[in-house]
Design a protein around this ligand. Structure first.
Ligand SMILES: [Zn+2]
Ligand SMILES: [Zn+2]
Length: 585
């Protein structure tokens, strides 16, 4: 938001929320209906194509968002290292408002201006006219309008909203108050209006001009250098007529240089070119892939969770993933299958920094609930690569610590159900040792757990169908039917990294999230939620890897091996990680 919001800052349809697209509905329905029902010779292709064109612009922008997030996480040719946080994603989540505005103006133009129907597909004179008008009046007027917008009066009321993002994402380009968009559209209307006025308008010139604006806007804000050097060698004058992402990045970091729209020539003419434009461009082009100190390996958990990936829908990923009541969950399988087919290896989706430590998250392009039997919690890799320099950390000791610290003080009896993994076993050991009774309500689980108990306190693990204790420690194996047997007010604490798909059905009970911690303030570049966890919460496995690297521990934590629970817990707290406060509801 601008520091002192001025007149017409808000978009007129913001109050409609997710239903804002209804403002385009009358024209979208009318144009489609008339096109489909009219006689072949009476069909107006231009009018009909407006709505599909608006959809194609949304897809175009989304592709830039995804590609930029992938490239900037990987690090190759990245321009700025500064982080993006949730406030930026929230501020920029209405990037499609300008497409709605353009759609309305296009439809109004066709409805009220004579000569905008039945326009031809192509006219060379119109295209030349548009190029000349853009290079001349549009770029010139934009330059001076932009400089005026940097005057403190207009800057505080309008333009500061765009400059709230120092490091930019492609769609930062269209994040302006409503009034500022009206100003910009007035400029872009010069070639469009002139073509209409002179009768030289064509579908290709119209659509091509809008695509050019979208392409240059997205590119200029993508935060990785993508304009190849050979282009400027082949066409030396091009540097005056085409900006680069690093050129505009300097406008966002320096504020008082590089005001030009897409053509730097006006900055050269009026002496506002940033002296480091060329050097930043060269430096960004030379920059190689970043090598992290810690890698968090993850994967989509269900077919529809693919939409929640950070490189998919940015504003969806900025909220905890929920598998219910989302329109896009109906279109589930094909994107997952497409991603699996396109990528054979893990994809870098996120980078984080904690002081000097560099971290990345890699997504394995397969979805499933984790089955630790598959690779024995990583032990298979250690056996296959005995000289491997990487340490594998599954975070089981931290998960145990988090569960133990979530159990309310004074609890003398807990129910355990849904797994016999090493985490469950370590929790049972610790509780029994502290004199807390553990009721295993499943006979086979009881026998498995009992067989690995060796201390005198093993008597505290009992097999019973007594569901009355009001603290339940649960894994994947808890069924909905058993959940219903819990007493009113029961607290469910999961020890599994994955919540059971059908749990949390009881309104009269409380549920903790899967083992996780709140990250320290110093951990940067958090702009998406890790699966179902809340903002700035991180799973035990991910935290454990970071703490392991910060401490410089040499041991692996995989297979049956587990680090000392108290040592890992203390180190996590020492590095600023905090327990998640209270249950979810
Ligand atoms: Zn500016
Ligand atoms: Zn910008």
């Amino acid at each position: 938001m601008a520091s002192q919001p001025g007149l017409l800052t808000e978009w007129p349809w913001t109050w409609l929320g997710r239903f804002k697209y209804v403002v385009l509905a009358p024209w979208a329905v009318h144009s489609t209906h008339t096109f489909l029902t009219a006689d072949e010779k009476q069909r107006d292709l231009g009018y009909f194509l407006i709505f599909p064109f608006l959809i194609s612009r949304i897809i175009h922008n989304q592709l830039w968002i995804s590609f930029s997030r992938y490239r900037t996480a990987k690090g190759t040719n990245r321009i700025l290292d500064k982080s993006i946080e949730y406030d930026q994603v929230d501020r920029e989540s209405n990037w499609d408002d300008q497409i709605i505005l353009n759609g309305l103006i296009f439809y109004l133009g066709i409805t009220f201006l004579d000569g905008t129907t039945y326009i031809p597909l192509w006219r060379s004179d119109g295209v030349i006219l548009a190029i000349l008008l853009h290079t001349g009046p549009v770029e010139f007027l934009y330059y001076w309008l932009h400089r005026a917008l940097h005057h403190h009066f207009l800057y505080n009321r309008y333009h500061s909203h765009h400059h709230s993002s120092i490091v930019t994402e492609p769609i930062t380009s269209v994040i302006h108050p409503f009034a500022e968009h009206l100003m910009y559209f007035t400029l872009f209307a010069i070639p469009l209006f002139t073509m209409w006025y002179t009768g030289t308008l064509s579908i290709v010139a119209f659509a091509g001009y809008i695509i050019y604006i979208d392409l240059m806007n997205n590119m200029g804000h993508c935060n990785f250098e993508c304009v190849p050097n050979w282009l400027f060698h082949a066409f030396p004058l091009l540097k005056y007529f085409m900006y680069t992402p690093s050129f505009h990045s300097l406008h966002h970091t320096q504020f008082r240089t590089n005001y030009s729209l897409f053509m730097p020539i006006y900055d050269y003419i009026y002496g506002t070119i940033d002296k480091s434009s060329d050097s930043l461009y060269e430096k960004s082009l030379r920059r190689g892939e970043e090598y992290p100190d810690v890698v968090h390996l993850t994967h989509p958990t269900t077919p529809d969770s693919v939409y929640h990936l950070r490189i998919a829908f940015a504003s969806v990923a900025a909220f905890p993933y929920s598998s219910s009541n989302k329109w896009y969950h109906t279109m589930t399988r094909w994107p997952s299958m497409l991603i699996s087919a396109l990528f054979n290896q893990p994809v870098v989706v996120e980078r984080n920094m904690l002081d000097q430590l560099r971290m990345q998250t890699w997504v394995v392009p397969r979805y499933s609930y984790q089955d630790e039997e598959l690779n024995r919690s990583g032990a298979l890799y250690v056996e296959k690569h005995p000289r491997m320099k990487i340490r594998l950390v599954d975070g089981s000791s931290l998960a145990v610590a988090i569960v133990l610290n979530s159990i309310p003080k004074g609890t003398d009896k807990v129910v355990l159900r849904g797994g016999t993994c090493k985490v469950a076993h370590a929790i049972v050991q610790a509780l029994c040792r502290d004199g807390i009774k553990v009721v295993a309500v499943c006979k086979s689980e009881y026998e498995k757990l009992k067989s690995r108990m060796c201390s005198d306190s093993a008597n505290n693990l009992v097999s019973s169908s007594n569901y009355s204790p009001t603290v339940w420690l649960v894994g994947n194996g808890l069924g909905e039917e058993e959940e219903r047997k819990a007493a009113k007010g029961t607290l469910f604490i999961p020890f599994s990294q994955f919540p059971h798909p059908s749990w949390k059905t009881r309104k009269d009970c409380s549920y903790y999230s899967t083992p996780a911690m709140v990250i320290p303030k110093a951990l940067e570049n958090m702009d998406s939620c890790e699966n179902w966890l809340g903002r700035r919460e991180m799973s035990a496995s991910r935290v454990a890897g970071i703490v392991h690297a910060l401490e410089g521990w040499k041991e692996q934590e995989c297979g049956d091996t587990m680090l000392e629970v108290a040592k890992v817990w203390d180190a996590s707290l020492r590095h600023g990680f905090r327990p998640v406060v209270g249950p979810l509801n």
